[in-house]
Ligand binder design. Structure first.
Ligand SMILES: Nc1ncnc2c1ncn2[C@@H]1O[C@H](COP(=O)(O)OP(=O)(O)OP(=O)(O)O)[C@@H](O)[C@H]1O
Ligand SMILES: [Mg+2]
Length: 238
């Protein structure tokens, strides 16, 4: 089942230039731990990419690089046309506003309603409440939770919370959506349903990069598989 999502109006990059380009990228954390070494990877607009690899392989670190949560230690890297090593913090913030993120632990605010959680990326952009309501309602309709607008996250199941996290990630209509283990801890049917929403967004043109251990999800939703092992890229079926 793939529900059609809200129309995509965000300006897209040229279909031919990579949305993400990494060349020999290395990431070393301040602790001295090298999380990624020599990763070379291009991702084109509109692709659906599964990022896989064992625990500690570097999946979350790679996603963190893509939204500017950390900067590469060496190598070349551009995201949505921006040099992620050299760019000023303000430009990185712009990139973050143009990137939907579903975090590994979903990071919903439990003291705020579903509405406020989903509205957050638009509030950051200065949207007025009257304009927010129809947009938030629309994305919650997309994930089948329009009737939970005024619930608090703790009143939702794990799968529902994950769908709220997806709604929040898509609410500002970003051209790029990063999802870190969005189906972890979910049963297979719920996982497939969560994936359906991401695939639906991808069909409308959003580039989706999703880290996962559940490669059996590929049976229902084929895609490009990029595999990391101990910080290096070991498979890419692009
Ligand atoms: N903030 C950090 N500071 C220092 N080291 C870190 C930090 N985050 C991750 N690491 C280390 O970097 C390596 C890669 O971690 P990362 O979280 O990217 O792996 P992962 O593939 O997402 O694993 P998992 O499947 O368990 O989520 C690990 O050795 C981890 O301990
Ligand atoms: Mg991780």
């Amino acid at each position: 089942m793939t529900t059609p999502g809200p129309g995509v109006t965000f300006q897209r990059m040229s279909e031919t230039s990579p949305l993400i380009s990494m060349h020999k990228v290395m990431l070393r954390y301040p602790t001295g731990k090298t999380a990624l070494s020599g990763v070379t990877l291009d991702i084109l607009p509109g692709q659906f990419v599964y990022l896989t690899g064992e625990s500690g392989a570097g999946k979350s670190s790679l996603l963190r690089l893509l939204y500017g949560g950390v900067r590469p230690t060496s190598g070349q890297m551009t995201v949505q046309g921006l040099d992620m090593r050299e760019a000023r913090e303000g430009r990185i913030r712009d990139i973050r506003q143009r990137t939907g993120i579903v975090f590994q632990d979903h990071k919903l605010l439990f003291s705020r309603t579903v509405f406020e959680n989903v509205a957050l990326p638009l509030r950051v952009q200065g949207w007025e409440t009257e304009r927010l309501i129809p947009r938030v309602r629309k994305v919650l309709e997309y994930v089948g939770l329009a009737d939970r607008l005024w619930s608090y996250p703790e009143a939702l199941s794990g799968g529902e919370q994950q769908r709220v996290a997806i709604a929040r990630a898509m609410t500002a209509n970003p051209p790029l959506l990063l999802a870190d283990e969005p189906t972890g801890n979910l049963d297979i049917d719920t996982a497939r349903r969560v994936l359906d929403y991401l695939v639906g967004l991808n069909r409308q043109g959003t580039t989706v990069i999703m880290s996962t251990h559940d490669l059996h999800l590929l049976e229902s939703h084929p895609g490009r598989v990029v595999e990391l092992h101990a910080g290096s890229l070991v498979r890419d079926n692009a």
